[in-house]
Design a protein around this ligand. Structure first.
Ligand code: 5FU
Length: 261
């Protein structure tokens, strides 16, 4: 069966990872398959933006290492917003080292990512030790991984064989796997996993630094995305509150058309 023809409600039942289940449930309930990438360097700007747009998103994606005034209080407030608006938190750390180092990077240091992020991104490049290093639960709370199978950037070095091996290794960690960061429908078939696709913007087709943008319709209807990641299309807009609604509506409409709802 074609996973992209199934509703998020059906796929929630097919997911093994608790974070994937929660995400499918949030998407269906909030009618939003939009992930906002809050690539801002100040905590007040991030919290302010999320206060204004949080009701429209299913997931927020952070790059915690670009924040200049990171604090524990920021984490507390971020989690409060996530609870209040009902979205999950993805830290886009792209772990890519040996298992032991990743285990330390995940749980220690300034950020203690494993304490607050529901899920993280991981490169398959180092081999499966990187997946063994990320716990499926921290202090009894479920966690998840989005494994990078493809990237949106021009000239990236990922090959068809790399993609195939990435999908194979993921199948060994059903409890942990929330989904894949990828660009194509054919990359994987398991309907219990989520396709997270970055490189989405209405205003432009690239950023001059290798990023490649597609439209919401293309990534949902043709490329098989379940959740679209939008950063600057919303974050750098004059009116983010207006843009977030435009993206959310376009993405949801494309999903509804895809599943024939
Ligand atoms: F894995 C990937 C990828 O293949 N492309 C990406 O663009 C991740 N990203 C992230 O999505 C990137 O690090 C940014 O945080 C975000 C896209 O932001 P934009 O402003 O919409 O280009």
């Amino acid at each position: 069966v074609d996973r992209t023809k199934l509703t998020y409600e059906k796929r929630e039942k097919l997911a093994n990872n608790p974070i994937a289940k929660k995400l499918f449930n949030i998407m269906a309930t909030k009618k939003s398959n939009l992930c906002l990438s809050v690539d801002l360097t100040s905590t007040s700007k991030i919290l302010d933006l999320l206060t204004r747009v949080g009701e429209h998103i299913c997931l927020v994606k952070t790059h915690v290492d670009i924040i200049e005034d990171f604090s524990e209080s920021f984490v507390t407030q971020l989690k409060q917003l996530a609870d209040r608006f009902g979205f999950l938190i993805l830290e886009d750390r792209k772990f890519a080292d040996i298992g032991n180092t990743v285990s330390l990077q995940y749980s220690k240091g300034l950020y203690k990512i494993g304490d607050w992020a529901d899920c993280v991104t991981v490169h398959s490049l180092p081999g499966e030790g990187v997946l063994k290093a990320i716990s499926a639960s921290v202090n009894g709370v479920s966690k998840g991984v989005f494994l990078l199978a493809e990237m949106s950037s021009e000239g990236n070095l990922i090959t068809p064989d790399y993609i195939e091996q990435t999908v194979k290794v993921a199948a060994k960690y059903p409890e942990l796997m929330t989904g894949f960061v990828c660009q194509n429908k054919k990359t994987f078939s398991d309907p219990g996993l989520i396709q997270l696709t970055p490189g989405v913007q209405l205003q432009s087709s690239g950023d001059g630094l290798g990023q490649v943008y597609n439209t919401p319709e293309k990534i949902i209807l043709e490329n098989g995305a379940d959740i679209a990641v939008v950063g600057r299309g919303i974050v750098a807009a004059k009116n983010p509150e207006a843009q977030v609604v435009i993206y959310r509506d376009a993405l949801w409409k494309a999903y509804a058309e895809r599943v024939g709802a």
